[in-house]
Design a binder for this molecule. Structure first.
Ligand SMILES: *Cc1c(COP(=O)(O)O)cnc(C)c1O
Length: 389
């Protein structure tokens, strides 16, 4: 099922993006060729064919979210979905309130739109997290004010994989009559997600995190909710997101959702076992290895660890045959240590010694054994150069 690349490094950065599953590619290809129609063309077969394919994909995406097809708005990805959700609610419900609550460990694609609204006069509360990366529900309860419109808390974190108590957050938001937006880009397709069980009103999804193509995603918008469009034009997606639909990508997204749904339980178990294998080997092979964030409330394929005394960037440069990262791909151009790790209370030095292992569908036990052996050697070598203990 893997599209193979000769002599490629071992890919362990599946939180940044995932490879396209070859079944997803196969489903998309006809829509780059003979089935090129515009899904909004109503007068001929090309348009009908495209529309039918989009409808089918919409059903598959909705099904994986526990939603109905009419509640799915296709976008260019989770960044756009987050912007549409946050700015769209703030604009549509301006008369009802002017306060948004979010969390320090959110992705920049949530924090930056929230900051944008703050500059235009909205009040914002950014909740801290505990040292395990989880929010404190009592603090959230206290942060919700009569003028609060929206609470935005991610499902699972992209750096530390920590899964927030979304069902409890949703119940609290419903009780206090505020809207709940959830950035589920990392969780969707990896763990069971149900917008009704978790009382989520708006949920962001991204195809390239679940073995689909880049540049496509969706926003779930609960029935009868108001939302101000952020992209005006031809009135596509019930007026919520104008622009000709990216039919091949949407078809691939639908296929990716169906594949994730079918394999979720067994794949989750397999990844958790691989992750624990990696953790066990690193902990047995090295001193002063710490796991960042709760192990219990965590995506099965994520391990984020600090190697005390080792600069993670240097470590990765010593491991060119392994594709790893120190954190978010979106902010890794920036030299600053991760805002997520800093929010857990870690020092700059601790944060700079952290590596994110993102395991995915194509990783094998042999790869994990090789990676842990190579990481252990490299950490020992770097530590011998600059003794730290
Ligand atoms: C990847 C990611 C995003 C951005 O998604 P794009 O589809 O790449 O725009 C947003 N939030 C989280 C949690 C992510 O992991």
């Amino acid at each position: 099922m893997k599209i193979s690349v000769q002599n490629a490094p071992i890919y362990l950065d599946n939180q940044a993006t995932t490879p396209v599953d070859e079944r997803v590619l196969a489903a998309m290809l006809p829509f780059f060729g003979a089935k090129f129609g515009n899904a909004a063309s109503r007068s001929h077969r090309f348009g009908w064919e495209a529309e039918k394919a989009v409808d089918f994909a919409r059903k598959r995406v909705a099904s994986l979210a526990g939603a109905t097809p009419g509640e799915i708005v296709f976008t260019s990805g989770a960044t756009e979905s987050n912007n549409l959700a946050i700015k769209g609610v703030a604009e549509a419900y301006r008369a009802q309130g002017n306060h948004i609550v979010t969390v320090a460990t959110e992705h920049k694609a949530v924090l930056d739109p929230v900051r944008h609204l703050e500059r235009s006069g909205l009040a914002v509360t950014v909740l801290p997290v505990r040292s395990d990366g989880l929010i404190d529900l009592d603090r959230l309860r206290q942060a919700i004010l009569p003028q609060t419109l929206l609470v935005s808390v991610m499902y699972a974190n992209n750096e530390i994989g920590v899964i927030q108590p979304v069902a409890a957050i949703g119940a609290l938001c419903r009780e206090r009559k505020v809207l709940f937006h959830c950035d589920a880009a990392q969780a969707f397709g990896k763990v069971p997600v149900d917008v009704n069980d978790a009382k989520i009103d708006l949920m962001s999804m991204s195809a390239h995190k679940l073995y689909g193509p880049k540049g496509v995603g969706a926003l779930y918008v609960r029935r009868r909710m108001q939302l101000a469009a952020q992209m005006d034009g031809g009135g596509h997606e019930a007026g919520r997101r104008s622009g000709t639909l990216n039919v091949p990508a949407i078809v691939g997204f639908g296929e990716a959702c169906a594949l994730s749904a079918a394999g979720m339980e067994s794949e989750g178990k397999r990844l958790r076992e691989l992750r624990e294998r990696l953790r066990g080997q690193l902990e047995r092979g090295l001193e002063a290895v710490t796991v960042n964030g709760s192990l219990e409330h965590r995506l099965p394929g994520n391990l984020n660890v600090s190697f005390a005394g080792v600069n993670a960037e240097t470590l990765l440069m010593n491991l060119p045959e392994i594709a790893l990262s120190t954190g978010s791909a979106c902010s890794s151009a920036v030299a600053e240590p991760s805002h997520v790790l800093r929010a857990l209370g870690m020092s700059d030095d601790q944060a700079r010694s952290s590596v994110r292992f993102g395991l995915g569908r194509y990783n094998t036990a042999e790869e994990i054994d090789h990676v842990s052996q190579r990481v252990i050697e490299a950490v020992k070598r770097l530590r011998s150069l600059t003794p730290f203990l």
